[in-house]
Ligand binder design. Structure first.
Ligand code: DQA
Length: 145
């Protein structure tokens, strides 16, 4: 089975873009930190896109072999009914992650469409939020021993 780690627009620039907000770690660092947590028999499918449709296609792919999705939808968090609809067609665990504490920022970042589906939401823990999401999923799946 597979855990999908999905990152939306501009997160390919992690480590370079507004590091005072998002930190200096890169998306590669995030993906390898998450992969290192997985026990044998669980795969990580890491995917980043700046394109809404590509993220939706990958959420659809998760319907086949995905047991959980960890998603940082970037700015699509605040705009995308289509990503919400795709996640509503997925039956596994969904955890929404934001590097920054979106609630401490501009009011347009306070609303999330994705939160209407997410089983858990993590914001403001930086890249540790992704690892926390994975650890939570492993506990839920009973594979953390
Ligand atoms: C973000 C917060 C969003 O508001 C923003 O558009 C991002 C990143 C975060 O990880 O803090 O691109 O999702």
């Amino acid at each position: 089975e597979t855990i999908y780690l999905l990152n939306g627009p501009n997160l390919n620039l992690l480590g370079q873009r507004q590091p005072e907000i998002y930190g200096y770690d890169t998306l590669d660092d995030v993906e390898s930190a998450c992969r290192a947590l997985l026990p044998d028999g669980l795969e990580l499918m890491a995917f980043q896109s700046n394109h809404e449709g590509a993220l939706i296609d990958t959420i659809h792919a998760a319907r086949q072999d995905g047991c959980a999705i960890v998603i940082n939808p970037g700015a699509f968090t605040h705009t995308s009914v289509a990503i919400l609809d795709a996640l509503n067609a997925f039956e596994g665990i969904v955890i929404e992650v934001h590097l920054s504490n979106v609630h401490k920022r501009e009011t347009f970042r306070h609303h999330s469409y994705v939160s209407l589906r997410a089983d858990g939401v993590i914001a403001g823990l930086g890249i540790e939020g992704y690892a926390a999401a994975i650890r939570h999923i492993l506990r839920q799946l009973g594979t953390d021993d």
